[in-house]
Design a protein around this ligand. Sequence first.
Ligand code: G6P
Length: 624
Amino acid sequence: MCGIVGYIGSRPAAPILIKGLHQLEYRGYDSAGIAVGGPDHPQLQVFKAKGKVDNLEANVHRALPLPDTPLTTGIGHTRWATHGEPSETNAHPHLSMSGDLALVHNGIIENYQLLKEQLTEFGYTFKSQTDTEVLVQLIDYFYQKNGRQLTKAVHQALDKAIGAYAIVVMEKDDCRHLVAARKASPLVIGIGKDYSEFFIGSDATPLVEYTHKVIYLDDEQVADIRIGQEVQITNLDESSADVTIKDVDLDISALSKGGYPHFMLKEICEQPHCMENSMRGRVICREDGLYEIKLSALNHFKAKLIRARHVIIVACGTSWHAGLIGKQLIEEMCRIRVEVEYASEFRYRNPVIEKDDVVIAISQSGETADTLAAIQLAKEQGALVFGIVNGVGSSIARATDTGIYIHVGPEIGVASTKAFTGQVTVLTMLSLALAHALGTLSDEAFQQTCHELAAIPRKMETVLQQNDRIEQLSGRFTYARNFLYLGRGYNYPVALEGALKLKEISYIHAEGYPAAEMKHGPIALVDKEMPIVCLTAHDQLYRKVISNMQEVQSRNGRIFAVVTEGDDEVRRIAEEVIEIPDTMPCLLPLLSVIPMQLLAYHVAVKKGLDVDMPRNLAKSVTVE
Ligand code: G6P
């Protein structure tokens, strides 16, 4: 969702901003823009385009004689429309009516209508339908009133604004200066050598090429950024705040496609390696051949975690599906009651959270607004909040009491793949470690599960070898308007995830269902046009799923099944089967989800769709 970049220094700003916006494209957006200025330059120049950053780049190239332009300051933005349609007028940056200030903004100003009415009374007029234009006019109002002190004006305006934001403001008069602020939406400031230049991003992706020294702005903070000086940070109440400079550790090769046609395919194929990274130093095979699980997050909070009588998992999207698997793992291995909640619902209910409850927040980006709000609520009610996060240093990683990074590297494809298997891996390790501490799993079962978990990356490779076959057969399904995905037990959340993947990138309607529940409704949809994906690997529910498949077969549905290697029985019922290696039921999702990801990917590619950036979706959903 919306992305922010900013630069001040001595280099031409526009190319840096455009490159940064390209690197943020994965977040999802529908228009883009930059504003640039420079010392001795009479006006801020704004360029905008609907659609891709490429369109913006073409506009900028036509207008600016790069690279010898003296425009060395700028801000840029990719917008994912919330207030007002995607258009050039609504795209950021927004200029104040005076032309003195330009602003980029992620988030939503909830009371913008009221502020707009008040500003209109003071003579302000508006060109766009956005809440962001209201904010820049509000800052301008205080700026003109207080003798053009930008940082003070930002404080005064934010004092009146209700909502969530990450903003960067630049002023025409002083192009050696930017002001940034955040509340519930992330912002990172990269520091160049000797403070000679600064790079700003809504995440660290556009900065790492230039610097590894960063400041993660905390919630409700305002940063005064001036060339040649240390960054000054104040809290919203204008008291001064400590400034902590951190080293950011992001592998830049993860930001390129590395020879694959799409990030999504690269990320699907990376999963064996990612899972190894996720388990490194955590699933340990000792010299005597026995396994142990070491999770540093458990060191300080072990007592609280094993005392938990009730676990609540909060998440959104694919992370919520991982949570459903986590529920089964924790309940089966640890015998602790687990609920899985959509973060967006949890935050607005009055959920029952008791002393000794543990809330587990799962998030790839670590920035999902609803999940962050759910964490806040859980903390207010005294729960221990445990994070399972990919985004290192992200808002959720910092808001939780403790947690485990999944360590699968940046995920760029909007449809989540390797983060899902990373989350399930961490949930498995966590369940094993807790069960071991609680004594709810026999030593034999513990050892067997750890041994099998360590073998999964090799088995994932076997599944990935079927990529070509899945590609071939995917061509047969592009006509479909509806798909049904069926699974039971550990494979039920995989059915939901398979349906979500297909919907997200191929725009085919798909529903995931517990296989037996299908009789209570979806079976009415089954006819010879309807592809039905059945997850039928060997587990305790195998026979039951076969009965469900027969119900579908007798209504002429076209069955595509995922089975355990060597299964002949399903082959007789299904039109197509994809085999996966045998494994324990609790580890099945780590293998069975891969054909789901590949099927969705190839169907979307065959339909000629933009797999990495599907329409209307955002990678990081920073508004509720
Ligand atoms: C968006 C993404 C999904 C993701 C969901 C939750 O909808 O497109 O891929 O599963 O947000 O995001 P999170 O970063 O919290 O896992």
